[in-house]
Structures are given as C-alpha cells and as structure tokens.
Design a protein around this ligand. Structure first.
Ligand code: GAL
Length: 646
C-alpha cells in the first residue's frame, strides 16, 4: 500500500539497484517514474534514447517493485518549444509564458496535441507490455501553476469552435449571455473575443463559458492519452495525479475515463496557503489543519467511485508555501494512516531522495539530499511499512450516512462575481465539512445530480446553479437536506432566475431571496433563536412561510426549516454553523460526538481510526481495544480499534 516517486535520471546509474533494494526493504511496493523525463527520452526531434529507461525499469522490476510509468508531457523539451512556439500558453495579461520550468503548453495547441499523441504512443508501444509496468500516470498535475486558462490565438480558435457547438447561432449566444447590455452583441462566432484584457469586468456569462471550455479541453486532452495507453497497454491501470484544492478545471469528468484518480497531498503547504485566520495558521502550522487531507481524500474517493490513490505525499518540509516548517514528529506517519483510513489504496511519497539541485532543492524526500540515508520523514514511512505488514489487509470502506455536495462549477460562478471580496466557495464547503467532522461523522462527497439514496443527511454548502439532474436528486432524497447561501441563485447562463433565488429549489425550501448584502469585516449581525451565533460576510433577506430557527438583529429570518429541509441565509461563524449542523444531524437521527478541535475519527469497515493533531492527549472511548496505538491518544499519534456492536 506504499509507493514512492523516483527520478532515476537524477542519480548515477550505479545507485539504482541499491535504491530499489532499500525501497523494497522498507515496505514500498510501487514506484512512479518518468513524468519530467522527455528531454532524456527524446533528446532531439525523433531521436529516442530508451536505453536508460529500459535499464531503470529492469532494475526496479528485478527488485520486485511495480512501476507506475508516466507520460512526460508536463515538460515539453526545448527543441520542441523552439520548433513550435505556438504550443506556449498565454497569461491573462496577454504575455506568453515561456520555457524554463514546466507546464508550458496550452491544451488548445493543435501542434501540442499531435506531439503529445506522438510521445504517448512511443512510450506506450515501448513499455505497454513490460512486466514491470503495473499502471500509468498521464502527464502531471493538470492546472499546476495556473495553467488551465490560456489566452492565445490557439485558445481563441478553439473557444469559438466550442461556442459553435454550444449555441446554434450568434443570436442564441447573444441572448444567453445578455450581450445587448453594453453593446456586446456579435454577428458571427468569429467576432467573439477572449474574456481577458477588457477595460472592466468581462461579461460573467462569457467568463463562465470560457472556464467550461478550458475545463473540457483538459478532460479531452487527458482522454486522448488514456485512449492511446489503453490500446497499447492491456491490463494496466491508468490514473492522473490531481492536486488538492485546484479548482481551475472540473475534476469529476476525469473520473469517468480514468481507472481511478490520484491526488497529491501537501497538508502543511496547503495550510499555509488557505485563507485561515492568523491564529489558525499558527495553531496548525506544523501538523496541518486536521481536515485538509481528509476533505480531499473524500473528494477523490468520490471522483474515483470508491477508488483513489495518494500519488504524492508530503514527507517533510516543502519549498513552495510562504513558510515551510518541518512537520511535527509523527505527522508523516499520521497522514499516511489517515489516507488509508479514508480508503486510499496506495500512499506514495514525493519523493525518494531530496534533490540538492534545481528548483526543489529545499523540498524534503524520504532520503536526505543526495544521500542513501533516510530522512526523519523516511523513517516514519518505514514505520508505516512495518505496521502494515503486522496488521495485514484493511477492511473495505462503504457508503456513509452523510453527503456533502461539491462542485467545481459552483466555485467558478462565485469566483467570477463574488459580490463580497471574501465570499469564497471553497472555504464555505471546507467549514461545513469541518463542522460535520467535529461531530465525529464520516462524510462522503457527492457530485451534484448524483443519487442521494441512503444518505441520512445531505449538505450543499453553496450550489448557485442547480441543474435539472441535481433538482431531481434533491427532490428524491430520503434524508434531511441543508442548503447554504446563494443556492439556486443563477441559471446555467449566469442570470438571476426568473422566479428569484433559490430558483428551482424555491418550492422545496419554501422561500424567496429578495435582497442580498455582502458584509465587510467589522459589519456583522447577531443571529438569535433556537440556533444562534453571528452572520459575517453575507446576509440574505428572505420571504418565507417556513419555520424560523434563527433571526438576524433586524428580526429577518437567518435560518429556516421547511419540513426536512434547512436553509442558511448567511455566512455563519463557527458557533452558528456548528449549532446548525448539530441540529440537522439530530433531525437526521445521527449519533454524534463533540470532538475537541484537534481530534478526528474515521471508520473503514468495522475499524475505527482516531487521529490526534495535538497538542493535548485524548482518551479513547471506553471499551476500545487498540489494534494499533494505545488507550491514551498522545499528540501526533493515531489509534485503530474494532467498532463494538451498535
Ligand atoms: C507537486 C508536483 C511535484 C512537485 C511537488 C512539490 O505539485 O506534482 O512535481 O513539484 O509538487 O511539492
């Protein structure tokens, strides 16, 4: 269940066998290689050098390791860029983004599509049936360094084509986008321009379609590689390593054609980057916030319909966040077990050995820079290897009781017109997730429109566009439903629904939203009633006959309940959200706990896992007999026990 990312091209060939032996000895089963090695595979156009890769594969295979081989398209070599500068992406400022790092291509480049096909076919033909190759990874982290959006001539050409397929005529496009406003009408698709470099905000409907278009380019590009690999490499799995919290493209469609998704988990780096309060930043700086990895594990498990890997697990400090502290002792082990608790099939560390050269020389590996000596994180990985060997197979994880509806498009809609500077969709979803897990609940993430059968509680923190499929799924839900602010507030073409928000949910929720108010820091409203707390950032004025559970200071409803459905008409502070989630969980007849902020539980089959993000110890529930760990859960420790009946 453990893996590692390895770069044979970075080290003398005489080291490979020893590296492989040491990997195997510490319980590693999978080795991912090749994603940045195009300049070594094809040093000149059409001149391949497979010798080194043949030998590397043979060495790894001989050591009993299974290889995940990557297509190298994330880093087109210099000769290719020089021959075809049209592959380069263009930033929103109209400037070409150049050679010298990675991901310097646009998904819309016709040339790059051909070149990608060519190298993918070449590597698939050469190694597709190699006994050491267990599976494939396409490219590397689509979207890394903001590389989904590109604004060059290639993108414009493809965008116009995409629009032709979406809209039958320019008139329909004008109508859908509301182009009569500010004289933005076009007479032909060839008059459509890109939504950058405008004097002020571009039409939000155009921006949303541009995002949909760019996102579909990513999915099509990935599918192109997958089709080639499938044709030439029977019986091998195909995955792509997605990056947590990257929302520039929709990850759900990739789950349709991959065998399973993987994701790259850098919990301390993410904690630095996310918009937490200063107090939270400091509190979680060396352990990561306890829901950062779990949120993503649950998301990717959903995208993979039950299957996912962690392809890159942080093994120590990273190099790319504003600050990069060393994780507290025990965290690398804890994160690994946590991924397994959430259903990961394999956890693979990035990377085997710290590289003492180039961009990532300050990024830890399982081995010290340039040496054959485990780093502190490497020793923890070795410990997990021993523990896994001792415990044997883990039970299967099944569907939980609680679903959280999460959508990439919702993020785009609210990014395009936030209306209040700090209305951040991702943050709201994360806070809902956190509140659920503070109650000791396991959460499944679901795509809007997916069946909600079997869920006792479904929360949709904010879903501005409610598709017909989503509307049907909500109507058919058997459990308690909870919707957050701005649900149903836009149509598919970025307009306010004719019947006012929450649009298609109006009947089910029994309310209309008459006005919305964004609240700058310092402006807030107390909420009082059966559920109380403070509304910050956002408040809606409702017209409703539903039961009022909490009121704003001016007496208007802030939280309402209509039968089995709850609606939250504001951005909640911690108290308000925790109270509301607790109430909804009770209505759903769920068994809950009040966990301290640093403790999390997770079930996998009949095993219960507990994780302590520190610093205070926590006694395991009465009767728990640990399979791993002890009855007092110390800081940065974990424990596993078997659930008792009931
Ligand atoms: C990932 C990337 C890796 C490496 C790593 C460093 O985003 O896929 O290649 O750069 O970050 O943390």
């Amino acid at each position: 269940m453990l893996g590692v990312c390895y770069y044979p091209e970075h080290w003398p060939e005489s080291w490979w066998a020893e590296d492989a032996r040491r990997m195997k000895a510490m319980g590693i089963g999978f080795v991912r290689i090749g994603e940045f090695a195009w300049s070594r595979m094809e040093p000149q156009a059409g001149v391949f050098d497979w010798g080194w890769l043949d030998r590397a594969l043979d060495v790894l295979h001989a050591a009993g390791l299974k290889v995940v081989l990557c297509t190298p398209t994330t880093a087109p070599p210099k000769w290719l860029v020089d021959a075809h500068p049209d592959i380069l992406p263009v930033g929103p400022d109209g400037m070409v983004r150049g050679f010298g790092s990675r991901r310097h291509y646009t998904f819309s480049s016709a040339t790059y599509l051909l070149e990608s096909r060519r190298i993918t076919e070449a590597i698939a033909l050469r190694y597709g049936k190699h006994p050491g190759v267990a599976g494939w990874q396409t490219d590397n982290e689509y979207g890394c360094h903001d590389t989904v959006m590109s604004y060059g001539p290639e993108d414009l050409r493809e965008f116009r084509q995409w629009l032709r397929r979406q809209y039958q005529s320019p008139d329909q496009l004008n109508e859908a986008w509301g182009n009569v406003f500010w004289s933005m009408e076009v007479q032909s698709f060839d008059q459509v321009s890109l939504p950058n470099l405008t004097v002020t905000e571009a039409n939000p409907a155009a921006q949303l379609d541009f995002r949909r278009f760019q996102s579909s380019q990513v999915a099509a590009y990935d599918k192109m590689q997958v089709d080639i690999l499938r044709a030439h490499s029977p019986g091998r799995f195909i995955t792509h390593n997605m990056m947590g919290f990257f929302t520039e493209y929709d990850h759900w469609p990739l789950g349709e054609h991959l065998d399973f998704p993987s994701w790259d988990a850098y919990p301390v780096g993410f904690t630095e980057r996310l918009p937490f309060s200063e107090e939270e930043h400091v509190r979680w700086a060396e352990t990561a916030h306890p829901d950062i990895s779990p949120f993503n594990h649950d998301l990717y498990r959903a995208i993979g319909k039950g299957r996912f890997w962690v392809m890159e697990q942080q093994p120590g400090p990273v190099n790319w966040a504003p600050w990069n502290p060393v994780p507290k002792p025990g965290m690398v082990r804890l994160w690994t077990w946590e991924a397994l608790a959430h259903g990961a099939e394999v956890v693979s560390y990035f990377r085997w050995r710290q590289a003492p050269f180039a961009q990532e020389q300050m990024h830890a590996g399982l081995n010290l820079p340039g040496l054959h000596e485990l780093s502190p994180g490497g020793k923890e990985a070795r410990q997990v290897g021993e523990e896994l060997a001792r415990l044997g197979a883990l039970p299967k994880s099944g569907q939980g009781d609680v679903a959280l509806v999460y959508d990439y498009e919702a993020q785009w809609v609210l990014d395009i017109q936030p209306q209040g500077k700090d209305f951040r969709h991702g943050e709201l979803c994360f806070r809902f997730y956190e509140a659920l897990r503070r109650l000791g609940l396991d959460v499944d993430i679901v795509r809007p429109g997916a069946s909600l059968k079997g869920y006792k509680l479904v929360v949709a923190p904010s879903l501005p566009i409610v598709s017909e499929a989503a509307e049907r799924a909500f109507a058919a839900a058997e459990g308690v439903l909870m919707f957050g602010p701005r649900s149903g507030s836009k149509t598919r073409h970025y307009q306010i629904p004719g019947n006012l928000p929450p649009g298609p949910l109006q009947k089910q929720l029994g309310l209309r939203v008459i006005e919305v108010s964004s609240l700058r820091p310092g402006l807030s409203s107390k909420v009082t009633g059966a559920i109380s707390g403070t509304a910050t950032r956002w408040a809606e004025h409702l017209e409703t006959g539903a039961k009022v559970l909490g009121k704003f200071a001016d007496g208007k409803p802030a939280v309402v309940q209509n039968g089995q459905c709850f609606y939250l008409a504001c951005w909640p502070d911690e108290k308000l959200l925790q109270g509301l989630i607790g109430r909804a969980a009770k209505a759903a007849k769920l068994k809950t706990l009040a966990l301290p902020p640093h403790i999390r539980l997770r079930r996998r089959g009949d095993w219960v896992f507990a994780f302590n993000y520190g610093p205070k110890a926590w006694p395991l529930p009465k009767g728990a007999k640990p399979l791993l760990g002890s009855k007092t859960l110390k800081a940065q420790e974990l424990a596993i026990w078997k659930a008792g009946p009931g």
